[in-house]
Design a protein around this ligand. Structure first.
Ligand code: FE2
Length: 354
């Protein structure tokens, strides 16, 4: 049912308006109010389809009532026709438009004009309601799709991490002496990356690469990997192939990060003394420099078939002596800073991650 609200301080005017509307729009329901505040209250309660509003009223005039109706989310969309004997004054029309009125009508009211204006307002209201409804549906749909997309993205990320974990386990099964090494290295590397306040996506790349950085060792005979005592030059040249093999294994996976290059470069050193390609400072990714330092720290702390674990002091000496020569100076400073604060340590890394 069409609902119309008429607001006027004069009872006789309300009676006339009500009669006209009932006669020419028989299906509508007309509510009346004799002041601005009462009209606002009824508009909020009934949500009418159109409001007829007198301008000249005591206490709260039509302009203020109109403004208040427009600023209230419950009533701001209801069309308002301002009624007054002085509606033809340009100043009043300007004030009425500024207050948010949609149309004006002069008193005494002409019934033909009243019905035509009300019907025009009802048409506008109907099409605006339809638009608003469609927009609400669209917004809801966008929200639902966004949530779905976020959830499926999280699912893909979880799957990626699980795949990385399986790959990491594979190489560690073959080389039990480095079991947990990749995970502990990943812990050190992400602690450094986080302390350096790197972009979260770079931190993620470092974590992923560190978790599988030795995957190329899968191609090295177990006898060499697990050989007690010193390894010879031929065996070492085979071991030096593992970054290249790791890079080749990972290459077919379309990671959103340069995981293959980070792995390829994790034994490269600033002065070109590293392997496999002997590239130097400017050519090595920051991610690989962080992984390189973390790898050295973890490897020195761990027992290997060919040597016992090195002391903490040996590890610190290695990093300090070769800071700026083999290892990135900023990465070393951050790593040693974290170490001194107790945020990474041989014991903590071993206990948390094995
Ligand atoms: Fe390695």
């Amino acid at each position: 049912m069409i609902k119309i609200l008429a607001i006027d301080d004069r009872e006789d005017n309300l009676v006339v308006i009500q009669a006209m509307l009932k006669t020419f729009l028989p299906g509508c329901s007309v509510t009346t109010a004799s002041s601005g505040p009462e009209g606002i209250e009824k508009a909020r309660r009934d949500c009418p389809d159109t409001i007829l509003l007198d301008i000249k009223m005591p206490r709260m005039d039509g302009f203020e009532t109109c403004q208040r109706l427009r600023s209230d989310p419950l009533t701001r969309h209801v069309p308002i026709i301002l009624l007054t004997a002085i509606s033809n004054s340009p100043a009043n029309r300007k004030m009425g438009l500024e207050a948010g009125a949609d149309a004006f009508m002069a008193k005494p009211i002409d019934e033909g004009e009243l019905i035509a204006q009300v019907q025009a307002m009802l048409r506008i209201k109907k099409s605006e309601d339809k638009l608003r409804h469609e927009r609400d549906i669209l917004e809801k749909l966008v929200q639902e799709r966004t949530i779905e997309l976020r959830e499926s993205l999280q699912g893909v990320e979880r799957l990626l991490e699980q795949t990385i974990q399986v790959l990491a386990n594979t190489v560690e099964t073959k080389d039990p002496y480095t079991a947990g090494h990749q995970q502990r290295t990943a812990h050190i590397a992400t602690s450094i990356a986080s302390a350096m306040e790197l972009d979260p996506s770079v931190q993620k790349a470092i974590y992923m690469a560190a978790m599988i950085h030795d995957i190329g060792k899968i191609n090295i005979p177990s006898e060499i990997l697990n050989k007690p005592g010193k390894i010879n030059d031929t065996e070492f040249s085979l071991i030096k192939e593992h970054p290249v093999i790791g890079c080749q294994i990972i290459q077919p996976i379309d990671f959103p990060w340069p995981i293959d290059t980070i792995i390829l470069q994790h034994h490269e050193r600033l002065d070109g003394s590293g392997y496999p390609h002997g590239i130097s400072e400017g050519e090595i990714l920051l991610e690989s420099k962080i992984l390189g330092v973390s790898d050295v720290m973890e490897a020195m702390w761990s027992h290997r078939p060919y040597r016992a674990a090195k002391s903490i002091q040996d590890t610190i000496n290695e990093l300090e002596n070769f800071k700026g020569i083999r290892y990135d100076p900023e990465v070393v400073d951050v790593a040693l800073g974290l170490f001194r604060q107790g945020r990474i340590s041989a014991e903590k890394v071993t206990l948390t991650n094995v």
